[in-house]
Design a protein around this ligand. Structure first.
Ligand SMILES: [Zn+2]
Length: 427
């Protein structure tokens, strides 16, 4: 039956018949929790007794915690009532499932244990408690009231002294620790940086190279030492040089002929005479590491806050372009002043091209919006310097680009509020 399309009247009739038939002598208690980025609250409502209750929680609470708090509060209330049959109607499937899950699972919220012990205690004292799942937002009267109460409470400004379990803080702590580690790594003393950053340029949540490999520890240690020795030895070439693209060579006559058959085409060679980067291949959050990937929150945070930007003295590699019908060659490179005109613009030293940091971070949500396909600057580099200005201006106007900027602002706001909350809790 499609409940959403049916009328409230029918829905309420259906559920009250269902309850009368299956739970004839039960007092029904509707519970609900509500969480928004800035606030959280929970409530219960007992139509038969004309009783309602609501309270708020700190904004970092999970919706799971809010739903559990609502059930726990209802049980506390029942313990003050006379022995009877009580039916708790919750719209949180995850909460109800965790109540019947393995109690030895260490990841269970401490509130789940509290609920379980109250259920045991109340059943011992002649109060029969049953729990039932009901669908939300389809117009069940009691559920709507509880929902409204939880939402209204969650909008009150002062957080209640209600305690939230440690499990709600673990993602925040993880983020905080990764940030500390990342900062430490980015500011390693030069001596250590030159040794280790070639191997691990940035701290991310990527799995180790030996994850899921059935290797003895001695082999892992040996291979790690081998890597460090190769990467840090002055006599050996940088191991990355073995993986450099082969386009870094002068074109043969055949290649040039091919290119000149197309007018206005781009030659995919670097100028071998121009010095490449003035900084060494270490100490950077190069945007290329994040392109075309599913990103963690930490990685998005890195893109927005600590992505590598070349300094003013950086030598951008020259590219040769063949222009116009007379096939003259032009030597062009990325212009540093473009950074000032386009705040979203970043440059990849690894990939030798430009990217939009906001779109790299968020564009996967908007692929195909208004038939705008994600392309250069987002899923691959842009390095056609001949038309760069025009291309960048056009990118600034794209629908998905604007949405990505909004996403970035929202993301940073939420992080800011959460860390503010953590510092308030820990001070
Ligand atoms: Zn963009």
């Amino acid at each position: 039956m499609k409940l959403k399309s049916t009328s409230r009247f029918f829905v309420n009739n259906y559920f009250s018949n269902y309850f009368n038939l299956n739970y004839p002598n039960f007092i029904i208690i509707y519970t609900d929790g509500s969480v928004s980025p800035l606030s959280a609250g929970y409530s219960f409502f007992i139509p038969e007794l004309h009783v309602s209750f609501s309270n708020n929680l700190p904004p970092s609470s999970s919706s799971f915690t809010a739903e559990c708090c609502a059930i726990l509060e209802a049980l506390l209330f029942i313990s003050n009532l006379a022995p009877n049959n009580y039916l708790i109607a919750s719209d949180s499937m995850s909460c109800l499932q965790s109540l019947i899950s393995n109690p030895f699972n260490s990841k269970l919220s401490p509130i789940v244990f509290q609920i379980k012990s109250y259920l045991y205690y109340l059943n011992q004292s002649n109060r029969l408690i049953q729990l039932i799942w009901i669908p939300s937002h389809i117009g069940i009267y009691g559920n709507e009231i509880a929902d409204g109460l939880a939402k209204a409470t969650s909008n009150t400004i002062l957080p209640s002294p209600a305690q939230i379990p440690w499990t709600d803080f673990s993602p925040l702590l993880r983020l905080h620790i990764t940030c500390l580690w990342s900062n430490h790594w980015n500011n390693l003393p030069a001596y250590f940086a030159s040794k280790y950053k070639t191997i691990v340029p940035t701290i991310s949540n990527k799995k180790t190279w030996f994850y899921n490999l059935d290797l003895p520890r001695s082999s892992i240690v040996r291979f790690n030492r081998l890597r460090i020795t190769i990467m840090t030895s002055k006599k050996q070439p940088n191991i990355q040089s073995f993986f450099k693209s082969t386009t870094n060579v002068l074109p043969t006559q055949e290649k040039l002929d091919n290119i000149q058959n197309k007018t206005d085409s781009v030659v995919l060679i670097s100028d071998t005479n121009s010095p490449t980067s003035s900084v060494s291949h270490i100490n950077r959050h190069d945007i290329f590491n994040y392109v075309k990937r599913v990103l963690t929150q930490n990685e998005i945070h890195d893109i927005l806050n600590s992505i590598w930007i070349p300094d003013v003295n950086y030598n951008f590699p020259v590219k040769i372009f063949i222009v116009g019908k007379d096939k003259t060659t032009k030597r062009l490179k990325f212009q540093y002043k473009w950074f000032a005109s386009f705040p979203w613009l970043v440059y990849s030293d690894i990939d030798n091209g430009a990217y939009c940091k906001f779109c790299v971070a968020f564009s996967t949500n908007y692929a195909g919006i208004n038939n705008q396909t994600l392309g250069s600057l987002v899923t691959k580099k842009y390095d056609n310097w001949k038309h760069a200005l025009e291309y960048f201006k056009n990118h600034s106007q794209l629908e998905y680009h604007k949405k990505c900027i909004l996403d970035s602002e929202n993301f940073l706001n939420i992080i800011k509020k959460k860390s503010h909350f953590i510092s308030r809790q820990t001070n």
